[in-house]
Design a protein around this ligand. Structure first.
Ligand code: PHE
Length: 513
């Protein structure tokens, strides 16, 4: 039977045949400059076809410790001391003077000196009364210990078992001088079997790797010549350009989740709204500048809107004219039903929450009522990187007894906290329909800035009385911009991106949030 092996395995077999002896696996891996794992897997391939094998044995691995390594560079203390004498042409010196000249700490100096004597480089004598060192040798060739030390330059570790007796003695000396570390290790010795020694490399066929087997390979039977490459399941696949929900919708859904988790239910109202619900019911006088054409998109078709029941229309009318029973003097002008019937694209979703107040009145509902809306509004604004003519508002109200500004701040904080904004701040603000009114800003960590998010407040009696909502029942209300949050969320600095749909950016968005 022909033997088939991968090219790399054949190469390793060649090396084993050339060396013709047992080899230490880690030495061989280092020599061939391949990974130990790769080498062992090749050896296992050889083992499978009966050409090679390995055995394990315990060895004592010797390496130099920090001090030993420093001597490898600078020379042993005895050599360092000798250099001082030779450099200064000193033939005799008192110990005292020698210590002073030496850069070595005292204990090391004496280690060095005693080895100098052992090497018969110097002798000590008290003949003159003072202890003196005399240089007695003429030449100072490398000692066996120094020669052996140099082995560590080529290989950081040496196996004790591989050494001859003389070398073992030298390791013992280094060990006594506390210059080495010893580590017990299991090593693998690779060897060829008789079959492996005898086989002719030319008779071995190369096993090619393929990633798939074709029907042709099966029919011809050539599939046996190939090895299937393992699949790498960590490589990212081609990106899918399938449809997905728009990031803005994802954010809206997340906001819905936040409101729902806080016990709110969703409401929706018409985009084509009456001036009545958009302005009049919010106690905005009919000559209010915001109603003017440059801000509001008025409609010709339908020309007029249907108003609620007569008595409610009258209640709003009287509030405007003289405050009605709200305790206010009103705006002191003649209110026109014609103007209230005008149709427009709603400029804020507060119109929708007022419709909810109307429903609360008509159905004589129980408190509390907690509702929200996330919906489109329209304003005749010049479009630029921070303004849109149509955008989305996040609106909410709570109808309940004795609710206060503190409850409102608590709700807003909780809402933004759930969206990931830890800090919010409220400042006094003004809206014709709330008193008190607050502007809400959140802290955006990434920019290190406070960003204004919208308005809030407690609806004025002029707004709530026409719908039968009187002290101690109050309505907390807020309206915030969605695109503002979206810009922070998705790191876009042009608000128009959410509507012109930059395809590259959209493709990079996650499918599911
Ligand atoms: N309607 C206001 C706006 O469009 C926001 C707001 C809602 C303010 C409710 C107070 C209360 O900016």
């Amino acid at each position: 039977m022909t033997v088939r092996l991968k090219k790399q395995v054949i190469d390793i077999l060649k090396v084993l045949q050339q060396k013709n002896k047992e080899l230490d696996a880690s030495d061989l891996a280092r020599e061939l400059n391949i990974d130990y794992i790769v080498l062992m897997s090749a050896v296992n391939d050889l083992k499978d076809v009966g050409l090679a094998d390995f055995r394990e044995e315990e060895v004592n691995q010797i390496s130099l410790n920090e001090e030993g390594l420093s001597y490898l560079k600078k020379g042993l203390p005895e050599r360092q001391l000798l250099q001082i004498l030779l450099k200064n042409d000193i033939k005799e010196i008192s110990i005292k003077e020698f210590v002073e000249k030496s850069p070595l700490p005292k204990p090391l100096f004496f280690v060095g000196l005693s080895n100098m004597k052992k090497n018969r480089w110097v002798a000590e004598s008290k003949a003159t009364g003072e202890t003196k060192i005399f240089v007695i040798a003429e030449e100072f060739p490398e000692t066996p210990l120094e020669k052996f030390l140099k082995n560590f330059e080529k290989k950081p570790t040496i196996n004790y078992q591989d050494l001859n007796q003389e070398e073992k003695n030298l390791v013992d000396t280094l060990n006594k001088r506390k210059l080495v570390n010893k580590l017990k290790k299991t090593r693998r010795m690779i060897f060829l079997t008789e079959k492996g020694k005898a086989i002719n490399i030319k008779d071995i066929k190369e096993l090619k790797q393929v990633s798939k087997i074709t029907s042709d390979m099966i029919i011809r039977g050539t599939w046996k010549e190939y090895e299937l490459k393992p699949f790498n399941v960590t490589i990212p696949g081609p990106s899918l350009k399938a449809g997905k929900t728009h990031p803005l919708i994802n954010l809206i859904n997340e906001i819905r989740e936040v409101f729902l988790s806080m016990g709110f239910t969703e409401i929706r109202g018409p985009i084509v709204e009456s001036a009545f619900f958009n302005f009049d019911a919010l106690f905005q006088p009919q000559d209010h500048p915001a109603r003017e054409l440059h801000d509001t998109f008025y409609l010709n078709n339908p020309k007029t809107a249907k108003l609620p029941s007569r008595d409610r229309v009258l209640a709003v009318k009287t509030t405007h004219e003289n405050g009605g029973d709200s305790g206010s003097l009103g705006w002191q002008y003649e209110w026109s039903e014609e103007i209230a019937k005008k149709t427009l694209l709603r400029t804020h979703t507060t119109a929708t929450t007022i419709r909810r107040l109307a429903q609360f009145y008509e159905r004589n509902e129980k408190k509390p009522v907690k509702v929200f809306s996330v919906d489109r509004v329209f304003r005749n604004e010049k479009v630029d990187k921070s303004h849109l003519a149509e955008f989305t508002q996040i609106e909410g109200i709570v109808i309940d007894d004795n609710v206060t500004l503190c409850d409102l701040i608590g709700l807003l904080s909780e809402f933004y906290r759930k969206l990931g904004f830890k800090k919010i701040v409220t400042r006094p603000g003004f809206f014709p329909y709330t008193e008190p009114s607050m502007e809400v800003s959140v802290y955006f960590d990434k920019l290190g800035e406070w960003l204004e998010m919208g308005g809030s407040g407690i609806f004025r009696p002029e707004v709530t009385y026409p719908w039968g909502i009187k002290e101690p029942t109050r309505v907390l209300a807020w309206g915030q911009g969605l695109e503002r949050i979206a810009m922070l969320y998705y790191d876009r600095n042009d608000i128009r991106d959410f509507y012109i749909n930059p395809i590259k950016w959209l493709r990079n968005q996650a499918y599911i949030k």
